[in-house]
Design a protein around this ligand. Structure first.
Ligand code: SF4
Ligand code: ZN
Ligand code: ZN
Length: 312
């Protein structure tokens, strides 16, 4: 099929966006995407009152696109952006990721913080995975979440932004339904207000397709890590994700409607019944918030077991 014309300048388009029924050139697609991210952020009040926003930068395409888009948005809206990278200690993959995070912060002239898991907490993700019989990514996810929240507080941020995209969200929604995880679904939302945690948590890319962040990074020529994580586990979620992209192709906008309707209608209805926001306890070891008071949080449980097998 021949290329259409850029919706903004009328020159030959480089990318077709089926759900918007539009083409864009390489110059205008990134600008159009930033505007969309900004509109979503405004609609969901992600940065209301924000002065300093910590952006979780793994070094992958979503987080790199997020960092650059939020820098542009923050310059206009009056908040500052700090990149926060967690070095997971996964060999070559982690050193390449840290390097990508560092180069992007440098390119934007912003502060970039690297939290080294081994140095700060005494273990790496490979240590944790060796010591615990559960999928690598679920352990890694909870460790990253904890380290990012603490780092965001340490750098004095009021908001923490993560790069979860629309494909991630659609997968979480589908998997949550499949397993009947109503509490997990009730917690799945684009904005988690400060309260239990000191810092508000936002997902500005939750309505942006993964393909769009990939194109943004490619068109802008931004540094990113392209090595795959050697610990990535094959999950049923990955299959669901792929099949949903097939549905998307047949019904452009399917995933976006699924996630948007979930966020606007389903999650709020579930929250009334299943979200226990008020009940905040403190971890007996680290003192950070947990669901039950004086119990050991899941991070400390991982850390204790991992420390036993830690190398170096
Ligand atoms: Fe962690 Fe899994 Fe991502 Fe590797 S693929 S960095 S183990 S979440
Ligand atoms: Zn154009
Ligand atoms: Zn703890």
């Amino acid at each position: 099929r021949s290329a259409g014309r850029c919706r903004i300048c009328g020159r030959p388009g480089a990318i077709r966006i089926p759900y918007a029924n539009a083409w864009f050139c390489e110059e205008h697609f990134p600008l159009w995407l930033e505007r969309r991210i900004r509109r979503v952020a405004e609609k969901y009040r992600m940065f209301e009152g924000s002065r300093r926003v910590a952006v979780a930068v793994s070094g992958g395409k979503d987080s790199v696109a997020l960092l650059h888009a939020l820098k542009a948005i923050g310059d206009d809206a009056g908040f500052e952006v700090v990149g926060v990278h967690v070095d997971l200690g996964i060999g070559e993959f982690s050193s390449a990721s840290a390097e990508a995070a560092r180069r992007n912060a440098e390119m934007l002239g912003i502060e970039g913080v690297i939290v080294d898991l081994r140095r700060k907490y005494g273990f790496t993700i490979p240590d944790a995975v060796r010591s615990i019989r559960r999928p690598a990514c679920s352990t890694c996810g909870l460790v990253k979440r904890y380290a990012l929240e603490e780092a965001a507080e340490d750098v004095g941020a009021d908001t923490l932004a993560t790069g979860h995209n629309l494909d991630d969200m659609a997968q979480f929604v589908a998997m949550g339904y499949q397993s009947g995880d109503v509490e997990g679904l009730a917690r799945l939302r684009p904005v988690i207000p400060a309260g239990r945690y000191a810092v508000r948590s936002v997902k500005p890319l939750f309505l942006v397709y993964e393909r769009e962040t990939a194109e943004y990074v490619r068109m802008r020529g931004l540094p990113m890590v392209s090595t795959r994580c050697p610990l990535k586990d094959a999950t049923s979620g990955g299959v669901v994700r792929e099949k949903m992209l097939e549905v998307e192709e047949a019904m452009p906008g399917f995933m976006m409607r699924l996630v948007q309707e979930f966020a606007d209608k389903v999650q709020p209805a579930l929250a009334d019944r299943y979200l226990r926001e008020g009940e905040v306890g403190r971890c007996r070891i680290c003192g950070r918030p947990t669901s039950r008071d004086r119990e050991i949080c899941s991070f400390c449980a991982v850390r204790m077991r991992a420390a036993g097998t830690a190398t170096g």
